[in-house]
Design a protein around this ligand. Structure first.
Ligand SMILES: Cc1cc2nc3c(=O)[nH]c(=O)nc-3n(C[C@H](O)[C@H](O)[C@H](O)COP(=O)(O)O)c2cc1C
Length: 176
């Protein structure tokens, strides 16, 4: 499978740790690309609607090459820290820009990893799940997993051996 991983964090912290463990498990037999929106120049969606009549987004920045990669993927992994009870702006920025290829985003396999400082069971993990459930319903996504984790300090998740194993197994369990 072609897998596009969207990294919602700007720092080398828990989200990157989770992504790297997932890749460790998934690397054999899959083609993986990590998209780091924080390192790209992607303007926010203006809602101009021009993409509905023309091919792609009118913004002459990294939007189209990024969305090309997401549209070409068989599976998308969204990996995001919790910021203010929600997903980060970096993840949302890419999701918003997917609007310019709405139909090409249909029927993807999807995985979601969410990492927040608040303990498991906090309302924020349900809020984020609800948002992804709505998008998945709209785009007929096959959601393979939704995994919320609690870690705050940037090295914290790396010390959670069980979580590390679980991310790797999520990668390993993918069909090739
Ligand atoms: C701007 C900002 C807002 C945050 N808001 C929340 C929040 O609402 N809930 C929460 O549990 N953690 C919140 N956090 C903590 C991060 O989710 C947590 O530190 C996470 O592990 C960061 O992931 P990273 O190491 O991959 O960047 C916030 C952190 C920042 C910087």
């Amino acid at each position: 499978m072609k897998i596009a991983i969207i990294n919602g964090s700007a720092r080398k912290g828990n989200t990157l740790t989770a992504i790297n463990s997932f890749i460790k498990g998934a690397s054999e037999g899959n083609e993986i690309e990590v998209i780091n929106p924080d390192k790209l120049n992607i303007a926010p969606c203006k809602g101009c609607g021009a993409c509905q009549c023309h091919k792609g987004c009118v913004d002459k920045d990294d939007t189209n090459p990024t969305i090309d990669k997401v549209a070409a993927a068989d599976m998308i992994l969204f990996a995001t820290p919790v910021y203010w009870w929600g997903i980060t702006a970096q993840i949302k920025q890419v999701i918003d820009k997917c609007y310019c290829r709405g139909m090409q985003m249909k029927e993807k396999k999807v995985g979601i990893i969410v990492i927040g400082g608040a303990p498991a069971g906090d309302k924020q993990y349900d809020l984020i799940k609800s948002q992804f459930d709505c998008i998945a319903d709209y785009l007929a996504w096959d959601v393979l997993f939704y995994k919320p984790y609690s870690a705050n300090g940037k090295d914290e998740l790396a010390k959670d051996i069980e979580a590390m194993k679980e991310f790797e197994m999520l990668g390993k369990a993918l069909e090739k």
